[in-house]
Write a new protein. Structure first.
Length: 434
């Protein structure tokens, strides 16, 4: 990803320097295990660790790869240059390239998942704070973009909190599923390497042993990982879309913080655009874009091919770097989101009580009117509000058929806002269990 949408800690996971350091650790730990088994001399295993503080020369490895056309061999050649050819004689003993590549890739994904999990925790904290702050801030709920019934801004934040809390669990499960390593040799049979080497390497690298690998770690694990990232991205877009709607001039119930000196348009000085949440909508598309290729990587020829390799070299960094940035940006947006309670009330009252129609409908049925007739009575008065700008309560009080079933006091009571918020505490207790 370009620096504009990147944060340094996540970028560092995918740097060549980090990759080669992980490769080195895998090879060095494998040598230790081989020496413990008596397969290679202990002195040779110890010699490998001479490079533990060495910064690998990326340019030199690239130079060697230009000749060998093989990245792992280029790295091993460079390692031998550092520790000596004789000392490096037993490095990679019985191993195949995928033992290094796949185990490394999963280490990187685990580290990326750890950052993403912390990102979501930060977002959850912001959502919870704003939910509690606006628990009783009344706003109109909408279905199909049309006024429905009253809700609260706190419930909106709580809804997003619950969704992101599910995403936190998804990321934890994705991390657990991807945290496996394989050092099983060609076609995964351990013919030339003892399974104890794999167990040792995985333990040192913080991974579980892959139960069965066919020279490569099964890619259903990776498909599940990237699918989880795609769901998180979609949830980000869900929040961003709501904020973009609220910031529309005709709505203006909330807006992104507009800092001093900020400019909204090169042409129109009055503009204050929802650029951050629009940006998040676009970034979500990029993360989701990685899901289908990850799914398609599951099917490989026989014990392995490398059709997945070029895909993963791209989607691994792109998806995790983009999602990390997006989560951090959304957290800032939520933290600084400007809320306009007065505009929320004004919007709700725009159609003069119309949003209380269901309460009147239910009251009529409870008073003995058939549901069909009750619906007809309420709708005919509601249409006068839509089409003639009438006041809903006034029309109901002037409707003889309605008044034959409900008293003026009963009609008046149906316009109490508190009726719609009486269970907010119950919902909050369910969402914020702590």
């Amino acid at each position: 990803m370009i620096p504009r949408y990147s944060r340094p800690d996540m970028v560092a996971i995918w740097s060549p320097e980090t990759k080669f350091r992980i490769w080195y650790e895998i090879e060095a730990h494998a040598c230790d295990a081989q020496a413990a088994l008596g397969v290679i001399p202990k002195a040779n295993a110890e010699a490998v660790w001479k490079a533990k503080d060495v910064e690998f020369d990326v340019a030199r490895i690239d130079e060697i790869e230009a000749v060998t056309k093989h990245d792992v061999i280029a790295f091993l050649t460079h390692l031998a240059e550092i520790i000596g050819n004789d000392e490096a004689r037993f490095v990679h003993q019985g191993m195949t390239s995928s033992d290094v590549l796949d185990t490394c890739f999963n280490v990187q994904l685990v580290r990326a998942a750890d950052i993403l999990i912390e990102d979501v925790k930060g977002l959850l904290a912001a959502l919870k704070r704003r939910a509690l702050e606006h628990k009783d801030t009344i706003r109109i709920g909408r279905s199909h973009g049309i006024h429905a019934e009253p809700t609260t801004m706190g419930l909106t934040f709580a809804r997003f909190y619950a969704e992101m809390d599910r995403n936190l669990n998804r990321l934890k499960k994705a991390r657990m599923e991807i945290a496996t390593g394989a050092v099983s040799g060609a076609v995964g049979t351990f013919a030339n390497i003892d399974p104890a080497v794999e167990e040792h390497v995985c333990a040192k690298m913080g991974l579980e042993v892959e139960p069965i690998s066919t020279q490569v770690i099964p890619r259903d694990r990776h498909a599940a990982f990237f699918a989880a990232l795609g769901v998180v991205a979609s949830s980000i877009e869900n929040v961003a879309t709501e904020i973009r709607h609220m910031q529309r001039t005709e709505v203006l119930e909330a807006e992104e913080f507009f800092s001093k000196g900020q400019k909204g348009s090169s042409a129109m000085p009055h503009k204050r655009n929802p650029v951050l949440t629009e940006n998040l909508t676009g970034l979500a598309r990029l993360v989701r874009m990685t899901v289908v290729p990850a799914m398609e990587n599951v099917a490989l020829w026989h014990e392995r091919d490398i059709s997945h390799s070029s895909v993963e070299r791209n989607i691994g960094p792109d998806a995790t770097i983009t999602l990390d940035f997006a989560l951090a940006r959304l957290t800032t947006v939520i933290d600084k989101l400007v809320i306009y309670p007065d505009n929320m009330i004004a919007n709700m009252n725009k159609f003069r009580g119309l949003v209380m129609s269901q309460r009147v409908l239910l009251a009529l049925t409870q008073a003995g009117v058939s549901r069909e007739d009750a619906y007809r009575l309420v709708q005919r008065n509601a249409m006068k509000v839509w089409e003639e700008g009438k006041d809903f309560k006034t029309e109901l009080l002037g409707d003889a058929d309605v008044c034959a079933a409900l008293s003026a006091e009963e009609i008046e009571e149906k316009f109490d806002l508190g009726y719609h918020t009486k269970h907010v505490d119950t919902i909050f207790a369910r969402v914020f269990k702590d």
